[in-house]
Design a protein around this ligand. Structure first.
Ligand code: AHG
Ligand code: MN
Ligand code: MN
Length: 337
């Protein structure tokens, strides 16, 4: 009898099936979407691993040995996700940070009841310098009557309506973290066997954070309450011990560190970018769902992110996400705005 073995054989497929069994009414469609995303993640991971060889294998715009034109990695990642998800009969439309309009599932494929929103490659400016990048995704059930192509209306739902969300980080290892509303669970890709294995079940973010992730080059454009809040996090007003500052410019990487170690990621509004930079539907909502499931919180400054009613596809939002006590501090200071 095999007992007490440290070896994990819980693959992401097995985990998804076991979670689904808790819902006898489930059709398996959502599980199928998650499988397909895991496959896309593996394909993107293998492309990211080759990124440093671009100069050797051929720069963007040049032809490779097969005569194919080399493309930017974020364009490739976008195409991989669309191609991995468009034919499964589970989605009726997709929307990507990389594409202006929605991506309708073509007539030749069956259409399902879900829509997928994604940021194919987050932090893509970091690829050239070998810093982790990521993929972020969000799944919603369509609200327009079934059968036909999905519409923008199906996408413009507040984040609390998400049925699944997750991210992939292409770092020192590749990890996929997702939630379907029953906790946030992390899987690490074992490259030798090409499987995501359960490595971080039921992630819990520490209540108080150690890390502060913010780009303080914008300080001169911040409002007084934001400046005061940042002084608070740095321990400069004597109300708390200073947080350590960590910011790499890949939201996924900064968020992942803070989720596991405790911390706050902030992209406040500033005078030059009154809505901040991050996209509500592709970045803020999915990570907010995961963070809440892990016991953390996310606000736009004053309001819970998941309750914001989107009005446009590429809408931006100020963003404060992470350890609960630190997000509460943001709400307290910014209420004075
Ligand atoms: P993307 O690469 O998908 O456009 O996202 C970049 C985002 C996010 O990953 C990061 O946290 C933020 O931009 C950094 O912005 P600043 O350079 O303004 O700090
Ligand atoms: Mn991004
Ligand atoms: Mn992106």
């Amino acid at each position: 009898m095999v007992q007490n073995t440290p070896i994990s054989v819980v693959t992401i497929d097995r985990f998804i099936i076991e979670q689904e069994k808790r819902f006898p009414e489930a059709t398996g469609a959502l599980s199928g979407i998650l499988y397909d995303l895991a496959v896309a993640a593996k394909m993107i991971a293998s492309k990211v691993r080759l990124a440093g060889l671009a100069d050797i294998l051929g720069a963007e715009g040049t032809a490779n040995v097969q005569g194919e034109i080399q493309q930017k990695l974020d364009v490739i990642a976008n195409a991989i996700i669309v191609k991995a998800l468009d034919h499964g009969g589970r989605l009726c439309a997709m929307a990507s940070e990389e594409e202006e309009g929605i991506i309708v599932v073509p007539d030749k494929f069956q259409r399902g009841d879900y829509v997928l929103l994604f940021d194919p490659l987050d932090g893509s400016s970091n690829i050239d310098v070998n810093i982790p990048v990521g993929t972020i995704f969000s799944v919603l059930r369509r609200v327009t009557p079934g059968g036909g192509p999905g519409t923008v209306q199906d996408m413009l739902q507040p984040g609390f309506k998400q049925v699944a969300a997750g991210y992939v980080i292409y770092g020192s290892s590749t990890m996929l973290v997702y939630t379907t509303g029953q906790g946030a669970h992390g899987f690490t890709l074992d490259p030798a066997i090409g499987e995501f294995l359960l490595s971080h079940p039921d992630i819990r973010i520490p209540e108080h954070g150690r890390y502060l992730s913010v780009n303080d080059a914008y300080e001169r454009h911040w409002s007084e309450p934001v400046k005061e809040l940042m002084r608070h996090y740095r321990g400069m007003n004597g109300r708390r011990d200073p947080m350590n500052v960590r910011y790499v410019g890949s939201l996924v990487a900064d968020f992942h560190r803070n989720l596991l170690g405790g911390g706050l990621f902030a992209y406040p509004a500033n005078a030059k970018s009154p809505k901040g930079k991050l996209r509500l539907l592709y970045e803020c909502n999915p990570l907010a769902f995961i963070c809440e499931q892990a016991g953390g919180a996310a606000i736009d400054g004053t309001k819970r992110i998941l309750e914001v009613q989107p009005t446009e596809l590429h809408q931006r939002s100020p963003y404060f996400v992470g350890s609960k006590a630190d997000v509460e501090a943001a709400a307290e200071y910014l209420a004075k705005a």
